[in-house]
Design a protein around this ligand. Structure first.
Ligand code: F6P
Length: 354
């Protein structure tokens, strides 16, 4: 009753009521984005802000909390997400029992019961696809692109990527000295799902000798030949940066383990492998990610105030723009094999395994 009165009071004063959720894998910068949307909405537009728990699960289970400006203070630098997240995909639910209400219908019902005028979905490709489908079902939705993978179509950059590249670069930097001491081939496997953005950027920043990404199919013999050539040139060690999404024909869970074994078999050179894993997603966002997430957040609140729904905020040539969600949904932004960075790295002798 109290909540309903609060909702009605805000509606009478003309303020909108917006829900924010974070879905999919977490990444640094989520809290900066939540803060950016929420503070701008409350302080500039007199909106009410509701934080929905654990991605789309929170909408299905009606788990949420009111967020005041005070609640949004002090979270800019925090890693993770204060709202929690999940990989719930409401349009993909399997085994729906007879007479069971469709999850998207449940979401629509709860959206109305919560008195929402707009839903802000902060997420990567899966989340933005769901956001676009919810918009088609009649909800007012705005998307914010986040992911360490940087593979969202329609934007130059997602927040989370810069932090992940910083972490991965530091890890590669640290491999150089131990590789040199032991005269070894060091492989490092980086995240990125089906895209090679993290491996490409961290590989170049960390001076990786070979960078193997899903967008450029590799040939094991070429990698082996290249590493033997380096050894013959008296280069005491080599660093091979591997994106997790490259072809893994082996039985090993990690492709870096597979390639490490193959390289040893083919060259006789001593190899070791590191799988960096979730460390790339943890901890405080980099300054660049804090800035980008803040820009996306404030622009989202401005879009909502203008009733610019069904769109995603995006970055194009350092300007914030909005892109229709149904253009973004279902597409991936991958590294073009002739991306200037790839061509420049080749000029420095970097091997891409082809
Ligand atoms: O999308 C971010 C990401 O970290 C990918 O790089 C990785 O493949 C995936 O999420 C891991 O997902 P999960 O958290 O479900 O293990």
């Amino acid at each position: 009753m109290f909540i309903l009165n609060k909702i009605n009071m805000a509606k009478k004063s003309g303020g909108m009521r917006i829900g924010i959720l974070t879905a999919g894998g977490d990444c640094p910068g989520l809290n900066a984005a939540i803060r950016g949307v929420g503070k701008t909405a409350i302080m500039n537009y007199g909106m009410q802000v509701v934080g929905i728990s654990d991605g789309f699960s929170g909408l299905i289970n009606k788990e949420y909390q009111e967020l005041s400006e005070r609640d949004l203070s002090g979270i800019l630098t925090l890693g993770g997400t204060i709202l929690g997240t999940s990989r719930e995909k409401p349009f993909k639910s399997k085994g729906k029992k007879k007479n069971e209400i469709r999850k998207p219908d449940l979401i629509k019902e709860h959206y109305d019961q919560m008195g929402l005028d707009c839903l802000v979905c902060i997420g990567g490709n899966g989340t933005l696809k769901t956001a676009s489908l919810l918009a088609k079902e009649g909800l007012n939705v705005v998307g914010i692109p986040k992911t360490i993978d940087n593979d969202v179509w329609g934007t130059d950059l997602t927040f989370g990527f810069d932090s992940a590249v910083n972490i991965a670069t530091e890890a590669i930097d640290r491999l150089h000295s131990t590789a040199n001491s032991h005269k070894r081939i060091m492989l490092i496997e980086l995240m990125g799902h089906n895209a090679g953005w993290i491996a490409l950027y961290a590989g170049i920043a960390g001076g990786g000798d070979a960078i193997i990404i899903p967008e450029i199919p590799y040939n094991e013999d070429k990698i082996a030949e290249y590493l033997v050539q380096r050894a013959e040139q008296q280069k005491p060690y080599s660093i091979v940066v591997v994106a997790e999404g490259i072809r893994n024909p082996g039985k090993e869970r990690s492709v870096a383990h597979y390639l490490s074994n193959r390289i040893y078999e083919m060259t006789g050179l001593e190899t070791r492998e590191t799988v960096l894993g979730y460390i790339q997603r943890g901890g405080s966002p980099s300054p660049m990610d804090r800035v980008l997430a803040t820009r996306y957040g404030t622009a989202t609140a401005d879009m909502i105030a203008k009733k610019n729904f069904g769109n995603m905020v995006a970055l194009k040539n350092d300007k914030i723009i909005s892109v229709p969600l149904d253009e973004v949904a279902g597409k991936l932004k991958l590294v073009e094999p002739d991306n200037p960075l790839v061509l420049q790295a080749r000029k420095l002798g970097t091997c891409f395994g082809n």
